[in-house]
Ligand binder design. Structure first.
Ligand code: AMP
Length: 280
């Protein structure tokens, strides 16, 4: 695996791969790699001839009071995992300038109204920051395809919208959420959970699953949201939101046959958890 940390070296390698006619896939991450990330790399490997992973903790997507400084940094373990999973190139920009030429030029990249609901409402500006880094990584890499996790459903939706506009030839692959045996979705932030919270956290997914089953019987969205919220709170979760939407992040009518998604964000102690489940 080739490891690069400057934009110049990275671009040179990309040019070399392009000149050889390689099909390039890109898997952007913030590191502290877990089985969820590795599943994206496996999907990328199946669909391309060269897999590039990036590890960059993007300051633009963190608010001042968020965990940018304490975000887990485990670069040596990450490198081992990437080698074992046959990643071809790892780009770890050594500083912000190696990604962002001039952030002012990216002001047109706004997530818009669908970036201001759900996680965007509790993290104002978060998705603008996400779109800026993903745009720059696509701009530098010019990949044929890129893989993102459905775990971050709203993020994936907004990236797809951005790609339609700015990178129409780029294929985005949506990867299923990988969970621990107990149902808890893998997340780098799970490492913040203390001994007690680790046993409670898997209830998040179970309560959401029960909510979907209840909605199928009752067809009452408002009541189901209230019930899910109450059950989450009873189990020590602080609820940021629980929302039933279409997969286009729009409201749906009762009895509709559209594909839907239940999205939720909670806090367990100091740890933020998000999850979602698609259903019909
Ligand atoms: P992150 O490092 O958290 O920015 O995530 C990098 C990529 O991994 C994003 O596309 C995430 O959606 C994806 N991802 C994170 N957790 C999981 C998971 N449990 N299963 C599948 N993909 C995931």
């Amino acid at each position: 695996m080739i490891i690069l940390d400057t934009k110049t070296d990275y671009k040179n390698h990309i040019d070399l791969l392009k000149s050889k006619g390689e099909i390039i896939s890109l898997v952007p991450t913030m590191g502290n790699l877990h089985n969820g990330h590795l599943s994206l790399i496996k999907i990328a490997k199946k669909n391309s001839s060269k897999v590039i992973t990036t590890i960059f903790i993007n300051p633009l997507q963190f608010a001042k009071d968020e965990d940018f400084n304490s975000y887990p940094r485990t670069i040596n373990q990450d490198i081992d995992k990437l080698k074992k999973n046959n990643c071809d190139i790892l780009f770890i920009p050594k500083n912000k300038n190696e990604v962002f030429d001039n952030v002012d030029n990216l002001d047109h990249l706004k997530a818009g109204p669908k970036g201001e609901i759900l996680c965007g409402k509790i993290r104002p500006g978060h998705f603008d920051g996400v779109l800026k880094v993903v745009y720059m990584l696509f701009y530098l890499t010019k990949p044929d395809l890129s893989v993102f996790g459905l775990k971050d459903f709203q993020q994936l939706y907004l990236i797809k919208q951005m790609v339609k506009k700015y990178f129409p030839k780029l294929k985005i692959i949506s990867a299923p959420t990988i969970r621990d045996k107990n149902g808890l979705a893998f997340s780098s932030r799970n490492s913040y959970l203390n001994h007690k919270s680790i046993n409670i956290a898997p209830l998040f997914y179970k309560i959401l699953l029960d909510g979907i089953n209840n909605l199928k019987n009752s067809k009452n969205v408002e009541k189901t949201i209230k019930d899910i919220t109450k059950t989450l709170e009873k189990n020590s979760f602080l609820v940021n939101y629980v929302s039933f939407l279409t997969t286009e992040l729009e409201n749906f009518k009762p009895n509709s046959f559209e594909k839907k998604v239940l999205l939720s964000s909670v806090k367990l102690g100091q740890t933020s958890l998000i999850d979602n489940i698609e259903f019909i």
